[in-house]
Write a protein that binds this ligand. Structure first.
Ligand SMILES: NC(=O)c1ccc[n+]([C@@H]2O[C@H](COP(=O)([O-])OP(=O)(O)OC[C@H]3O[C@@H](n4cnc5c(N)ncnc54)[C@H](O)[C@@H]3O)[C@@H](O)[C@H]2O)c1
Length: 252
């Protein structure tokens, strides 16, 4: 079935975590819809984005506030406006991130630093630039996992992603009068480098079998949801968490 197309011509966006997976797909989709995109990641620029004339790649660590502020200010200066932020970068450290009752608190702090604090830094950098433009929209990537328990938990991940939704709602309320919307997406299982553990066809079949819609999600599924929430089609939507999970939450 045909997908809706969006017109982001003359709009300016920053996408974090664009070195692979969902961030790469979101940056590509925005650029293909006409936006000028600054794509940020610690990793180098992926091949798909290298060929996009609308994309500027900024390699760096989002924990570095100076780097974040420079990347955002340069984006606004380069294009004379700033419209969208897609907060995508995050980590899920299987093995090291486990129950809060037993995990190493250094790992807890590191996960919070990457998954939550970097999104705070980017939101702080983006907000005054959006205000100057006269409005804007943000999408923050959380997960369905924060809404439920797990017998084999990653508690730092779970708590950080709950906080991302809390941050998103608070920003939505604080910035509504400025014409800035803030929403979150909550992906279910999605086949990206983060899920390298689903390495065989058999495992992937098992994961797909858990999803009511019968398949694992893709980075493109998350890009579709993100573009919708950034677009004018969602102009009356702010402060929501949209599960993009093939129905997984129906199981609980
Ligand atoms: N894949 C899934 O099943 C799934 C499910 C729910 C939520 N998520 C969330 O989706 C988002 C995107 O993940 P993905 O699945 O595309 O994985 P991914 O590992 O491909 O992408 C995450 C990107 O973030 C970058 N990154 C991490 N820390 C960084 C830092 N400090 N500075 C700069 N870049 C940094 C990584 O280099 C990586 O390219 C994450 O926030 C993740 O928690 C993923």
């Amino acid at each position: 079935m045909a997908k809706p197309t969006y017109d982001f011509n003359s709009r300016v966006a920053v996408v974090t975590g664009a070195g692979g997976g969902m961030g790469e797909a979101i940056a590509l989709a925005l650029a293909e819809a006409g936006a000028k995109v600054t794509a940020i990641d610690m990793k180098g620029c992926p091949d798909t984005l290298k060929t996009q004339t609308n994309v500027t790649f900024a390699q760096g660590d989002l924990r570095d506030e100076g780097f974040v502020n420079r990347a955002f200010a340069e984006t606004a200066a380069r294009h004379g406006r700033f419209d969208y932020l897609a907060n995508v970068a995050g980590v899920l450290w299987f093995g090291r991130d486990k129950s809060l009752l037993e995990m190493d608190m250094k790992v807890w702090d590191e996960v919070m630093d990457i998954n939550l604090r970097t999104m705070v830094l980017t939101s702080r950098a983006a907000t005054p630039l959006m205000k100057k433009t006269g409005g804007g929209a943000m999408v923050h990537v959380s997960t369905i996992q924060w809404m439920r328990g797990d017998p084999a938990p990653q508690d730092a991940y779970q708590a950080s992603k709950a906080a991302v939704c809390a941050m998103s709602r608070s920003l939505a309320m604080q910035l509504a009068a400025d014409g800035i919307r803030s929403n979150a997406i909550c992906p279910g299982p999605a086949l990206t480098p983060l899920q390298a553990r689903w390495s065989t066809e058999e495992i992937r079949k098992q994961v797909a079998g858990y999803v009511p819609l019968g398949r694992i999600g893709t980075a493109a599924d998350m890009a579709d949801a993100t573009l919708f929430l950034l677009s004018g089609a969602a102009s009356f939507i702010t402060g929501v968490e949209l599960p993009v999970d093939g129905g997984c939450l129906l199981r609980n």
